[in-house]
Design a protein around this ligand. Sequence first.
Ligand SMILES: [Cu+2]
Length: 123
Amino acid sequence: MRTVIWVAVAIVLVLAALTYGRALLAPTEPAAVRELTVHGFEYDFDPKELTVHRGETVRLLVRNTGTIEHDLTIPDWDAATPLLSPGEEAILEFQPTRSGTFRFLCTVPGHNELGMNGTIRVE
Ligand SMILES: [Cu+2]
């Protein structure tokens, strides 16, 4: 009877060690985060072309370096910063799931037409 108990205890300990060990050894995949900065001003963005990868998290810092209000909108993704005052900034975070080329622009009337737009290429 005593042997059975010791065997049971040993099995529990081995299982606990395996479980705990596996948790320790589990690969902690760091989430790929791409941080990019875009400046918006009259009437352009810098840079105008961004390249990101499908599946990665993109953290886009948008800074208004101009002298009037601007925003940055990505129509295909329903993503947009609020209207930013001069000197203000905002972060747009997204995870592109489709490859392709997507336009972004400033939606203040007239700004897109004056050249305030660019593209995000998802590879
Ligand atoms: Cu603008």
